[in-house]
Ligand binder design. Structure first.
Ligand code: PGA
Length: 233
């Protein structure tokens, strides 16, 4: 079971430092792998404060080249130099707002894994795609560009459930996860408005191996509650 907190563009270095200090003192369940994904500028604080703990620090994105003329991008070797453990790639906000495609997501995932980072690769259909009955085709397309790797985890995040307070039902999550797993057999997180009050039911689904949490990961008590919900489920 893995619970990852995607902070998005929240918590600068000072706030990250304070949050991670509290997280270090929190009683996290031993059977849940806990990860935080701060913005780039807060990675050094998080890595430093969480050093020697079981909490992993991931970036939110990673370029496929080691270096080059790519203004605004960050590479896997740079993240490794900081002591970062892994990275998210292909989050729907990167796909929708910043031009990531299945191809660039695959390149990012592949380069990060080759460099030695762990990867959470995100997939998920939009509301229009679900309404048009295209969920399965979209998931198959998005997942088929990824290659199996022991350090790869996929996150199913229906776009209509992200930051909206609308969550997939546990049955919908299970169904989508079965589709993803039929293409690529890797651990699979559910993401999209995971909160303390719905986490247990979602995480209890047999094909759900964890959660990628956005908004509710910014508050320590709700993040802890979601980690606890993952325990023994
Ligand atoms: P949310 O975000 O939990 O705020 O819906 C999830 C995500 O985007 O990873």
């Amino acid at each position: 079971m893995l619970v990852a907190g995607n902070w998005k563009m929240f918590k600068g270095p000072e706030e990250a430092d304070a949050f991670c200090r509290s997280l270090r003192e929190a009683e996290l369940p031993a059977d849940v792998d806990v990860v935080v994904c701060p913005p780039y500028v807060s990675l050094p604080s998080a890595v430093q404060v969480l050093a020697g703990t079981e909490v992993g620090v991931f970036a939110q994105n990673c370029h496929w080249d080691a270096e080059g003329a790519f203004t605004g991008e960050i590479s896997a070797p740079m993240l490794l130099e900081l002591g970062v453990y892994g990275t998210i790639v292909g989050h729907s906000e990167r796909r929708q707002l910043f031009g990531d495609t299945d191809e660039t997501v695959a390149r990012r995932a592949c380069a990060a894994l080759d460099a030695g980072l762990h990867v959470i690769a995100c997939v998920g259909e939009t509301e229009a795609e679900r309404d048009a009955g295209e969920t399965e085709a979209v998931l198959r397309r998005q997942v088929s560009v990824l290659e199996h790797d022991d350090n790869l985890v996929v996150a199913y995040e229906p776009v209509w459930a992200i930051g909206t307070g609308r969550t997939a039902t546990p049955e919908m999550a299970q169904e989508a996860h079965e589709i993803v797993k039929s293409v690529l057999d890797v651990p699979l997180l559910y993401g999209g408005s995971v909160k303390p009050d719905n986490a247990r039911e979602l995480l209890a689904q047999p094909a759900v191996d964890g959660a990628l949490v956005g908004g509710a990961s910014l508050d320590l008590s709700s993040f802890e509650a979601i980690c606890r919900a993952g325990s023994l489920s």
